[in-house]
Ligand binder design. Structure first.
Ligand code: TRP
Length: 333
């Protein structure tokens, strides 16, 4: 039996190169080895009250980009969370033994409270319970998420184990974070510090849907400095970031060429960025054209979403039926 993988993404819309070379690269590798469920967490998105139009549009866009990145709907289950309402029932059951204290102590919750003190709703507080339900619903043992979700996974194990103890069953499995990240490349942003990420602003991100011209503009505007003045100096972060990006999208020869120029203090950032931009445009061309093709194939998108909903529902219905039985929820007549 293959182990099960579950991963959700909040439907905040378009994906960037960090997602593409990071999480999505991981997903594509995992789909042969594991029984994978990749879903769009539209219910989780409701904590921040997106407009109805934005919500459904972004959900569809993420599905398109997942497919374009190489997730194969025949191998993996791609589904929309709200298409499988069983998760909300499991969420209710799991809420009965998730304690206020532990929910309030979650780092992500505390961050949200600090950043948005006017929107501390109970969906935000119980966000980890819904996430646990996503995972427990399919009995996943592996969850490909970043460090920031580690605590939520620990809570998932706590809730599952607590349920098992309360009802004296060995029903839910423990799920652990998982990645091939030691082999994955780091994708820095264009803003001179840190990872490529939406929270660092649009200028720092190259989106999979950015046109060649937009990519060129963003790269040419990337943060750099006035250039090295001494031979063989280590690079400041902003420059190292651009070299890291070049390592991903350019040939080894091109990279070596600019490394040499840098070491000799002969680098001209204009040329360097121009090359980086052209190579980035080239490297992302296939995914951009697949996004376009899939976007134009409404029937295909529909088929994928319906098939995903069906496959995920099958596993979800079984779990909810078994959980009801364990808890003692029975139709008397
Ligand atoms: N909380 C995750 C995030 O913000 C998204 C998510 C929701 C998720 N449910 C999940 C991830 C279940 C993995 C498994 O990134």
């Amino acid at each position: 039996m293959k182990e099960t993988v579950v991963s959700g993404i909040r439907s905040t819309g378009k994906l960037h190169l960090g997602n593409y070379y990071g999480a999505l690269g991981n997903f594509v590798k995992m789909q042969d080895e594991y029984n994978c469920f990749f879903f769009i967490a539209d219910l989780h998105s409701l904590t921040t009250h997106p407009t109805p139009g934005d919500l459904s549009r972004t959900v569809k866009q993420v599905v398109i980009e997942y497919l374009a990145a190489g997730i194969d709907p025949e191998k993996s289950t791609i589904y929309v969370q709200s298409d499988v309402p069983e998760v909300t029932e499991l969420y209710l059951y799991m809420n009965m033994n998730a304690y206020l204290g532990e929910l309030e102590r979650a780092t992500a919750f505390k961050d949200k409270v600090r950043d948005n003190p006017d929107n501390v709703n109970s969906g935000l507080l119980t966000y980890p319970v819904l996430m646990a339900s996503d995972i427990l619903l399919h009995h996943a043992t592996k969850v490909p998420v970043g460090k920031d979700q580690e605590q939520h996974l620990e809570m998932t194990r706590t809730f599952g184990n607590r349920f098992n103890r309360l009802y004296n069953v060995d029903y839910f499995k423990e799920a652990f974070a998982f990645s091939y990240s030691d082999k994955l490349v780091k994708i820095p942003g264009l803003d001179g510090n840190g990872k490529m990420g939406k929270s660092n602003g649009d200028a720092s991100c190259v989106y999979l849907t950015d046109s060649a011209d937009v990519i060129r503009k963003k790269v040419m505007r990337a943060v750099s400095d006035s250039g090295p003045t001494e031979l063989n100096q280590p690079k400041p972060e902003a420059i190292q970031n651009l070299f890291d990006l070049m390592r991903v999208v350019s040939t080894a020869d091109t990279l070596a060429h600019f490394e040499d120029l840098y070491a000799n203090c002969n680098i001209r950032y204009g040329d360097f960025k121009k090359q980086l931009a052209e190579d980035m445009v080239l490297a992302t061309e296939p995914v951009r054209s697949r996004i376009e093709d899939i976007t134009n194939d409404e029937e295909y998108i529909k088929k994928v979403i319906q098939m995903g909903a069906e496959k995920a529902s099958e596993s979800a219905r079984k779990t909810v039926r078994e959980v009801r039985e364990i808890i003692g929820i029975k139709k008397l007549y």
